[in-house]
Write a protein that binds this ligand. Structure first.
Ligand SMILES: [Ca+2]
Ligand SMILES: [Ca+2]
Length: 87
């Protein structure tokens, strides 16, 4: 049975987990490029656009990265969309 068929909507923890997995360089924070890939993984139609607005919404200290403390705000933003895991 495929995962996509069994889960219609991802929980907050699922979303967080996907963002964590997309910390590709392992520096403990998400760059714009990593966010674009994460939104792509959610099956977003416009991952670059979503990543751009997600960054604007969640990057409280304005350093251009989403740190662990900012991840909750990014999840708040990502939850507005209906997601299915595509990767
Ligand atoms: Ca990173
Ligand atoms: Ca930041």
């Amino acid at each position: 049975m495929s995962r996509a068929a069994t889960r219609l909507q991802l929980s907050r923890e699922d979303i967080k987990e996907i963002f964590r997995e997309h910390d590709i360089d392992g520096d403990g924070r998400l760059s714009m490029n990593e966010m674009v890939k994460a939104f792509g993984c959610f099956g977003s139609i416009l991952p670059f656009y979503k990543a751009h607005y997600g960054m604007a919404h969640a990057d409280e200290n304005g350093d251009g990265f989403i740190e662990e403390e900012e991840l909750d705000k990014l999840v708040d933003y990502a939850q507005k969309f209906q997601h299915k895991r595509k990767c």
